[in-house]
Write a protein that binds this ligand. Sequence first.
Ligand code: FES
Length: 165
Amino acid sequence: MEHIAELTNTTPAQVLGTCSFYEMFKREPVGKYVVNICTNISCQIMGGEELLHHAEHSLGIKGGSTTADGLFTIEDVECIAACTEAPCLQINYRYFHKISNDQFDEVIADLRAGKRTDEIPPHGTLARIRQHIPEDRRAGNADPAATPEPVWLSAHAEPAEGEKA
Ligand code: FES
């Protein structure tokens, strides 16, 4: 913080303020692959929490930590702007939409095997990244009939006695 403050003619406190605000700035070493799992509202409704728990179990670490081999860091993150594609995650900021537990395991196995290196370079590689949500699935364009209903919604479709108007 002090060194950057010197370089930018600011104070260490200002540098820390910026660094702590943007999650892309890391203050501790992270794995070769940083897995950001969204558990914000749309993803939570569509299974984001369960996906996070699966990832933690599968990799044997808790969110916010890194595997002993230094390959994977899991982060529990706020909305990553792909709400129509919930549940979703990013690996080194590359998007994976509507991802199932099995698909998660498949991607992790590929990365362990050294595959997908063109698609997902090591964390810290400078690149411009854009996500691509198909036109018919973008916010406001999605066909409600083609969207699965969240389990909790159908389970609680009938209002409770005290909630009836
Ligand atoms: S809530 Fe997960 S991407 Fe928006």
